[in-house]
Write a protein that binds this ligand. Structure first.
Ligand SMILES: *Cc1c(COP(=O)(O)O)cnc(C)c1O
Length: 462
C-alpha cells in the first residue's frame, strides 16, 4: 500500500514513512492510494470479536509490510491494555434509535487516546528496529497534548515536548501533562495563546537545521495513522447495531475534521453508513461551509467545548480531495486561496460533500441545555463536546435509521462546565482519582523560538 499527497506533488510513501513524516513535503496530507474494501461477509464476521481483533482486521490492509501480523497484534494489544473498559468503545442507548459511543475510557479520558496510544506503540516498534530516536514536538489546547504525553511516556526511542498555553487549559488537562514522572516527557507552558504555541511548533518544523538536528517528528491530527485508528470504532459500533444488514448514521463533534473523516473512510470501505453529521459549536466554519460552500475563517470565539474551537480545520483538506475527484491541483489551488483569506467550494465538489455529510451547529446555551436534558432523561452526564453532538443529532434524526453520537471526552475532564449546566460535579474515574495529589513538573517558556529550541536541544542531550 502506497500513500499519496492530497496536493499530488510529493513522493509517495510507505505506511511507515507516512506515519513517521506526518505532513507531505508539498504541504499536503497523506492518503492511501486506494481504499481497501470490506465485504458484507467481512463486516458481519466482526460481530462478537474483541475490539482488538476488529482493529486488526480493519487496519491490516493499510499497513503493508510495516509489521508482521504477530507484531501488529502485539502493538494493538499494548495500545489498548490501559483502557478502563473491557469493551474499549462501549455503546450506550440514550433513547429509542439514539446511541452514545463512549470514546473516553482511555488513559486521558478523550477519544484521542484511541489513535495516540496506537501510534505510540507503532513509533516505538519501528524506531527500535531502525535504531533511531525522534523528538516529538506538539502544540495543544489540552487533549492532544495529554494524550501524546500519556502515549509516549517512558518509551526508549522518543522524547516528547508539548507546548500548551499557560493558564488556558483545564486543571485536569494540565495535570495530565505535568504529573507523569518519566524523564522523556517535557511539558512546556508558553506565555501566549494556543495559536502562539502552534506557530512556534510550525517554526521549528520550518527550521531545517534544527528539525534535522533533533530528528523532529509530528503526531498532530493530520498524521494518517491517527485517522486510521479512528476508523475502527465506526465498524465495531455499527456492527453491534446490525450492520451490514442495517444502515446507521453518525453524529460527530468536530474541530479538525479528523474523527468524522475516519467515518468517511469507513463508509468508503463498505460500511453502510447513511449520514455523517458534522456537529460544530459556535465556531461553525464547517457548518457554514457545508451549508453555503464558503470557507472563510473569521476568528475563534472561546467556548465551553474548547477542543473544537478551531477555524482552520486541517483534515477537511482530505475530504476536499475526494470531493474534487482526487484532483491534487484543485486542492492545492483552494489551499492557496485559503492562505489569502478563504475559498468557495465548487458546485460539483459541494454536491459530492453533501452526498455524505450533513451538518449542524450548537451554541453555548444549547450545549448547556443538552447536558441538562440528557442528564434528566437518561442519567448520562455528557462533556460539553459530546453535548454539542447530542444536540445536533437530535435535530437531524431520521426515524428509520439508528443514530450513533460520538462521546469524545469524559465529563470529568471539563468539570466546571458540566457542573454549571447540570448541578452535578463529575468525579474522576477511580483509576485516576489521585490526579489532584500528584506532583507537577512543568517548564515555563517565553513565546520565543530560539529560547524554546535551545531548551529542547539541552534536554535531549542528556
Ligand atoms: C479533539 C477533540 C474533538 C475534535 O475532534 P477532531 O478530530 O479534531 O474533529 C472533539 N472533542 C474532543 C473532546 C476533542 O478532544
Amino acid at each position: 500500500m502506497k500513500y499519496i499527497s492530497t496536493r499530488g506533488r510529493a513522493p509517495s510513501l510507505s505506511f511507515e514513512e507516512a506515519m513517521l513524516t506526518g505532513l507531505a513535503r508539498d504541504g499536503g496530507l497523506y492518503l492511501p492510494e486506494s481504499i481497501p474494501q470490506m465485504s458484507a461477509e467481512d463486516i458481519r464476521a466482526l460481530g462478537g470479536v474483541s475490539y482488538e481483533e476488529a482493529a486488526f482486521r480493519v487496519m491490516r490492509p493499510y499497513i503493508g509490510d510495516a509489521f508482521t501480523d504477530d507484531e501488529f497484534r502485539g502493538i494493538i494489544a499494548r495500545a489498548y491494555a490501559g483502557f478502563g473498559h473491557a469493551a474499549r468503545a462501549p455503546l450506550k442507548q440514550l433513547d429509542s434509535g439514539h446511541f452514545l459511543l463512549e470514546l473516553f475510557h482511555g488513559p486521558t479520558l478523550a477519544f484521542k487516546d484511541f489513535a495516540m496510544q496506537l501510534i505510540g506503540q507503532m513509533f516505538e516498534f519501528s524506531l527500535k528496529r531502525s535504531g533511531k530516536r525522534v523528538c516529538i514536538v506538539g502544540a495543544t489546547s489540552g487533549d492532544t497534548g495529554s494524550a501524546a504525553i500519556e502515549a509516549f511516556r517512558g518509551l526508549d526511542a522518543v522524547d516528547v515536548f508539548i507546548l500548551y498555553p499557560h493558564g488556558r487549559v483545564s486543571e485536569v488537562q494540565r495535570r495530565q501533562m505535568t504529573t507523569p514522572v518519566e524523564s522523556n516527557v517535557h511539558a512546556l507552558a508558553i506565555d501566549g495563546h494556543f495559536d502562539d504555541a502552534q506557530a512556534r511548533v510550525k517554526d521549528m518544523f520550518n527550521d531545517f537545521e534544527f528539525r534535522d538536528g533533533v530528528r523532529l517528528a509530528g503526531v498532530n491530527s493530520i498524521n494518517w495513522a491517527r485517522v486510521l485508528a479512528q476508523v475502527v470504532y465506526y465498524f465495531t459500533s455499527a456492527v453491534s447495531l446490525g450492520a451490514p444488514d442495517r444502515k446507521v448514521s453518525f453524529t460527530v463533534p468536530t474541530g479538525n475534521f479528523g474523527d468524522v473523516f475516519a467515518g468517511y473512510i469507513a463508509k468508503r470501505m463498505g460500511l453502510p453508513i447513511d449520514r455523517l453529521v458534522v456537529a460544530t459549536n459556535q465556531n461553525d466554519i464547517l457548518h457554514r461551509c457545508l451549508s453555503t460552500g464558503d470557507y472563510r475563517p473569521d476568528g475563534v470565539a472561546p467556548s465551553i467545548s474548547p477542543s473544537m474551537d478551531i477555524q482552520v480545520s486541517s483534515n477537511f483538506e482530505r475530504a476536499l480531495y475526494y470531493a474534487y475527484g482526487q484532483d491534487g491541483n484543485a486542492v492545492g489551488q483552494v489551499m492557496d486561496e485559503l492562505k489569502a483569506g478563504g475559498f468557495t467550494v465548487s458546485q460539483g465538489a459541494l454536491e459530492a460533500l453533501r452526498e455524505t455529510f450533513d451538518s449542524g451547529r450548537c451554541d453555548e446555551d444549547q450545549t448547556r441545555a443538552a447536558i441538562r436534558a440528557t442528564w434528566g432523561a437518561s442519567g448520562e452526564l455528557l462533556c460539553p463536546h459530546s453535548a454539542v453532538g447530542v444536540h445536533v443529532a437530535e435535530a437531524q434524526r431520521d426515524a428509520h435509521v439508528p443514530m450513533i453520537t460520538l462521546a469524545t471526552a469524559h465529563p470529568a475532564k471539563f468539570p466546571a462546565a458540566v457542573e454549571e449546566a447540570s448541578g452535578i460535579h463529575p468525579p474522576l474515574p477511580a483509576r485516576m482519582a489521585d490526579l489532584y495529589e500528584r506532583d507537577e513538573r512543568v517548564t515555563r517558556v517565553a513565546n520565543d523560538l530560539s529560547a524554546i529550541e535551545t531548551l529542547i536541544k539541552e534536554r535531549i542531550a542528556h
